[in-house]
Design a protein around this ligand. Structure first.
Ligand code: GBH
Length: 458
């Protein structure tokens, strides 16, 4: 495996891996934790592949110390994790649960002791079911509840965390959860999804204010999933691309970085009630100054117009000629294009790639190892694509491979393995895949090249 040349990346570039709470923690009945919408959804027959749930997942709640040791062994300096809202604040309101706070403090202290830098996501889709029963994201109250929760968490954990991500992929949380019904809570109403999207944006903005009030030194960003959209036919399908871009990207990035929803977004979603849910002052609240922007990138998509398929009325197929086991394209140049576009259209803030990765049909060979050359090649290609964006002047600050561990892939259950580390879901044994060692060597190569350079410029 060749090592890419990464000399445009900044010397202090942050290298990490990412996970989320419901996908790895398990221990769903421990302490005072209540069900989240994902507990309820995954336990509803027919909702997930094989009926898989996150009840046990990677049992990380009981194994975090060993898992952190593994990060050290692999030479991974940063770790993006999310906190479980129903564990920390079981009814979605009121005081935080003291035991859960203590346990997360142990985990975060364990990271500090091992020299691992935390990036903490406050919402990675596990809304307390009680808040869903009270209306969920389509109601405004949920945004306020989230901000209060975020402020309490910043009070309780702020001495152990400098980098916060408010919300992971509000597109998934709103569109997949409330319009397409393939994610929790499984509703299928575009008006609900549009209201949910606005309230997720509002929740982000309100939370930024509450976190800063509690912790003025905090660095805060928000993470969106950004695809590289290409027209199937440049003349015929340009409008379809613009519609999908408005729904997937503009709906979330416009108000945060440009201060208001753009005309494309209004044209597409006012028929589904967007203007009705925006109250005076909301857009100012959403457009809080941030410290960085998070980008999750997985796909290049070829888009064509197709009447009747939701508000955007498009059909999508993967770009490229090679694909992951999810059917997603392997096209590293797509990430370069996405990063350049985020800079050109939205912000010159530092960009973290907060997720990028691939599922392949991994298996343990008789030697007890997992040989996954296609994932190593994937990582090299995408990291090189980041270097290309940096060469173009984009301020790329870090990269988090999705994922640290094979884990609960939401509605897809346990069949899709994104980990750098294999997990045997019967024994909970961890086996670092070849790609984990490859990633460690990419990191070392960059760090060694960066050291003298930073010494000279100092
Ligand atoms: C990210 O979601 C998530 O942040 C992370 O938790 C997840 O594990 C990772 O990527 C890998 O998927 O849209 O009907 O085809 C990316 C969005 C949502 C894409 C679910 C795949 C499958 C259902 N993912 N989607 S559908």
């Amino acid at each position: 495996m060749t090592s890419p040349d990464l000399h445009h990346l900044r010397p202090d570039f942050v290298w990490g891996v990412a996970t989320s709470a419901y996908q790895i923690e398990g221990a769903v009945e421990e302490g005072t934790r209540t069900p989240s919408i994902w507990d309820v959804f995954s336990h509803t027959p027919g909702r997930t592949h094989h009926g898989d749930t996150g009840d046990v997942a990677c049992d990380h709640w009981h194994r975090w110390a060993d898992d952190l040791d593994l990060l050290v062994d692999l030479g991974i300096p940063a770790y993006r994790l999310s906190l479980s809202w129903p564990r920390l604040q079981p009814s979605g309101e009121g005081e935080l649960d003291a035991r859960a706070v203590r346990e997360y403090r142990q985990l975060l202290s364990g990271m500090r002791d091992r020299g691992i830098r935390p990036f903490v996501t406050l919402y990675h889709w596990d809304l307390p079911q009680e808040l869903e029963d009270a209306g969920g994201w389509p109601v405004r109250r949920t945004a306020r509840a989230f901000a209060v929760y975020a402020g309490l968490v910043a009070d309780a954990l702020g001495d152990l965390v400098e980098d916060w991500i408010t919300i992971n992929e509000p597109w998934c949380a709103s569109v997949l959860g409330y319009a397409l019904g393939v994610h929790a809570p499984g509703r299928t109403d575009w008006r609900d999804a549009v209201a949910a999207a606005h309230h997720l944006n509002l929740a982000h903005g309100m939370a930024v204010a509450d976190i800063r009030a509690s912790n003025p030194a905090a660095r805060i960003g928000v993470t969106n999933i950004i695809a590289d959209l290409l027209a199937a036919d440049p003349q015929r399908d340009a409008a379809a691309v613009a519609r999908l871009d408005a729904l997937n990207h503009g709906l979330f990035l416009d108000p945060v970085f440009l201060g208001a929803y753009g005309v494309e977004v209004h044209a597409l979603l006012d028929p589904y009630g967007l203007s009705e849910v925006i109250l005076p002052g909301d857009e100012e609240t959403i457009a809080q100054p941030l410290d960085f922007v998070g980008v999750n990138h997985y796909q290049q998509v070829i888009v064509a117009g197709a009447p009747g398929a939701g508000p955007a009325e498009v059909s999508e197929r993967p770009g490229g000629s090679r694909h992951t086991s999810f059917g997603w394209s392997i096209t590293p140049s797509a990430l370069t294009r996405v990063l350049v576009q985020v800079r050109d259209r939205y912000t010159s803030l530092p960009i973290y790639i907060t997720e990028n990765g691939a599922s392949f049909t991994d298996y343990v060979t008789p030697d007890g190892e997992v040989h996954d050359p296609e994932r190593s090649e994937y990582l090299s290609g995408y990291v090189e694509a980041i270097d290309a964006a940096a060469a173009d002047g984009v301020d790329v600050a870090g990269y988090f491979a999705w994922s640290f561990l094979d884990n609960y892939e939401w509605a897809e259950g346990y069949d899709k393995r994104f980990g750098l580390v294999w997990v045997d879901f019967h024994t909970q044994k961890r086996i670092p895949k070849d790609s984990a060692r490859h990633y460690g060597s990419l990191i070392r190569t960059h760090q060694q090249a960066a050291l003298p350079a930073s010494g000279l410029s100092a």
